[in-house]
Write a protein that binds this ligand. Sequence first.
Ligand SMILES: Cc1cc2nc3c(=O)[nH]c(=O)nc-3n(C[C@H](O)[C@H](O)[C@H](O)COP(=O)(O)O)c2cc1C
Ligand code: SF4
Length: 667
Amino acid sequence: MKEIYKSLFTPFKIGNVKIKNRFVMCPMTGTAIINNNEFNYEAEKFYLERAKNGVGLIVTAPSMIFDMWGRGFWLTEAKDAFGTPLRNFVNKIHEEDARVFMQLGVGLGRVIYPKPVEFIKGANIENIKIAASKLRNVWDTSMVHRALTTEEVKTLRDNTILAAKMAKDAGMDGVEIHAVHEGYLLDQFAIESMNSRTDEYGGSLENRMRLACEIIKGIKESCGEDFPVTVRYSVVSKMKGFNDGALPGEDFVEFGRDYEESIAVAKILEEAGCDGLNADNGTYDSWYWAHPPMYMGRACNLEDVSFIKKHVNIPVICAGRMEDHAVSAKAVSEGLIDAVGVARQFLADSAWIEKLKADKEDDIRPCIACHNGCLGSLLQGKGLSCALDPSVMHDEEYKVMRADKAKKVIIVGGGIGGMEAARILTLRGHKASIYEKGSKLGGVFNAAAAPDFKEADKALLAWYEKQMKELGIDVHFGTEVTKDVIEGETPDAVIVASGAAPRKLSFKGEAEGQVVSAIDFLLGNKAVGKNIIVVGGGLTGCEIAYDIARKGGNVTLVEMTDKILAAPLLSAANSNMLRDLMKYHSVEIITSAKITEINGSKAVVECEGKERIISVDNIIVSAGYIPNQQLYEDVKNICDTYIIGDASKVGSLLDAIKAAYKAAMEI
Ligand SMILES: Cc1cc2nc3c(=O)[nH]c(=O)nc-3n(C[C@H](O)[C@H](O)[C@H](O)COP(=O)(O)O)c2cc1C
Ligand code: SF4
């Protein structure tokens, strides 16, 4: 292990529980060990794999005290799940020398995403419309939540205390209370602007913190003083108002919890018996702090979390893109934080800690902070996984099995889909070769990875290239594959991963070189002026608009439909941040609009029957892609042929990797 990382591999304690290193696996919904009151065997496999690979402490995803979909059941009724299955699980985690805390979800209140109510059997929208006070839902502001009655608050408290006792009896090393964090129910009690109660749970800070404190004290009474209770905690809310987040560096007046109150809250929690804070920032209104996308820098919450650590005497864990290990190690060695909270990197690579320890950092498949396979999929009701690894939480479905007979497979196209197919095929024992017509691996992902906020994308490309080399996969550059090539090579199977061509647009009156494709712009093939119109409000168009605007360009985004950022699995954490960034950097967004004509440095934009004249030096076109399917049509009858990724249907990286995996598993 590198000397600079040594502090990360030293033990620390939460209460009396000794944890072998400073790595805490943070909870992720979708992996609750008791879910819907049943023991979750898929989650057990998921956690065990990470325990075998060096994690010090696992905090399991929240098991909800009362069913979040309003079906009326309480966690404390799940006696079977808390029995032998949970006890066995804890024992297996301990055998790997890891520790495990169970996160207890005290409720969501106004932050529940109501859409799944439509497809979850027995879900009852009326039962979930509760909150600390009368508040609007963060996702659907027309939905109003009622305040819990005092009696309901006490029932919730008592059930949380009982669930903690059940977790302790099953051998859990501790519990984490979810959450004075992210604007969840307990946070709605804690934050003044969200709590207008007139009973003992509203008004003064002491009253607003009463529920959290009664829960902690009650657990200590029933489980013993030395049973650790941590709290998931947001240092500050980073809110300008409801549904209005504050960006890094933005000047604003805090609408939620500010620094001064946070010091008081942290001290109140410590005084009540809390043994540690698992901390970051934000609420659902400023979701990108708790769920940082690629536009947010690494270690984005470190400064605020280390601020709060100075005011308490209990261990403080810091989460939020903490995968710059040198920064994390320094923060630990300087005592700024006690441990590093990591979530998504455990999805992108279950063995990343062992690789770090073994000085094989380049072998860690980096999380790219896209949220497509995790948060985005969850909100679409598709369950948690990872865009880079579909086997996450789908172990059986995507298990890599050795092939009975080794086959010769030609992969046409060296983009991510092609490389993933080659990787899986090789792991299965096949002989895979990539034919890439360009001179570089990565395909269109090279353009996507170009902006400087995409450093994780660049690391992913480097990871794939290294895998190709280490697995001994032949890559033929500058080779255009035709039917003749396939007939000459006589492979057993062909995977066509030839990608898609950017859709070209031309405009009446455009000057030569004035219209540039998004790919040419991103790859730096064409220089552009200061006044830019980006055509197309998808993810690529918006990222280009933001990138140019933050570097001083005047940008107008013209989108034909009435929506921007409409990609299906795009998480609100990513899209909200990109929207806020574009607004902050004065990108003008015109929807339901199109360019009808260009006259020199003026563009005519038609929007809902009206014309606008906009100054323009260049137009950057990001209007989607057209699949390259000709080769597939030419060769599909010669041998076993598959078409994957954008060549099949233009989609996301997740789609390309999933399709590659499936094709490689079928051969
Ligand atoms: C899909 C997903 C679900 C999450 N669910 C929870 C949760 O239920 N409780 C919680 O405290 N944090 C939850 N988080 C937040 C993570 O614990 C973590 O703080 C966050 O992802 C930032 O860390 P990272 O950058 O290492 O991923 C979730 C994160 C993700 C990606
Ligand atoms: S889906 Fe994206 S953000 Fe989520 S873990 Fe995988 S790479 Fe990271």
